[in-house]
Write a new protein. Sequence first.
Length: 400
Amino acid sequence: MVRSRSWAPWFIAAVCSVVGVVVPLLNVLPPETSAFHVSPVTVALTGKLTCYAIVAVAMDLVWGFAGILSLCHALFFALGGYAMGMYLMRSIGEEGVYRSALPDFMVFLDWKELPWYWRGFDHFGFAIVMALFVPGIVAYVFGFFAFRSRIRGVYFSIVTQALTYAAMLLFFRNATGFGGNNGLTDFKRVLGFPLREPSTRAALCAASGAGLALTYVLCRFVVGSRAGRVLTAMRDAETKVRFCGYDPVQYKVFAWTLSAVLCGFAGALYVPQIGIINPSEMQPSSSVEIAIWVAAGGRGTLVGAVVGAFLVNGGKSWLTAAFPTAWLYVLGGLFVLITLVLPGGLVRVFSGAGAGHRAIVRLVHWLATRRMAPAPPGAGLGADSSTLSSGVPLTKEQRP
């Protein structure tokens, strides 16, 4: 198991308090002219980063503790977002551009009636259940057959990447009934409250903070339980765990499904705050970014996933505005740096005495070993100095 960090719960409590209490109150209470006023843009950005942190914690549950590297968590996140987006579209009613009971994109595509799978999404409770159930059932069915077939390692990652790519292509089609490449947007209200109102946005940000706290507590309970200890043992030696009488399939399917449900929950919180959901949210590169968040913060720690999600996405929000073309280079460099120099992530590196110093020493050593060493004398000669290393005899002029 991962060594306990006594500061982790306090750090998560502080983050959730800032997101769920401080930021919303500073947006609603102080006047806009006050220096303590938090702008609506900052509130929306904070809520978005918090939703990403929930996804990162869910990813850390299966990758950091169960050893399952998933490249389709963006799919589960998007499915939860689409479920909430369908409710928000139904809440528009006849206030759309075409003044029809059907969503605007359906009127534009000359749809005559609402598809059967859209029915029921005019109720908030039904949408929340679907936001959790649909990612969960997709993950359960896929995981059951994949884990029962003993697909693991890089092969499992490739299969999950193929799954999310296929789903993305499906949702891009207009005939699927989810808005095509434009997705679902132009939302008006949630639970009767206008989404443009600052109080509504502040409430959604507070809900995101509460959701992060709930997600962390739930995952911490799981990894600290007997099931969590079995998951960690399977990560390190799955064959030995199987010989001890445990069925890895059941434990993997449980962790995998729970992680997908948490991603769907994050997607349901994300969409009302951002105002749009489209197939680009489930593209394979998004799932790779989720893995980078966890790796940067420190997988197998839960708190590291939160740190990585806030730092990486906060840097992305700033860089894409200040230097739009530099973000992909920074992301690639970060991935290389974490993989080669800081494989334990930031939380592991800077936990404990002297850890930061060891990280710097490791970085300097890695940079030093990258330099080109001079070739030793006679490097191109064979053992008896009369032949080349390829075995071709030297001529009389070539011999030393």
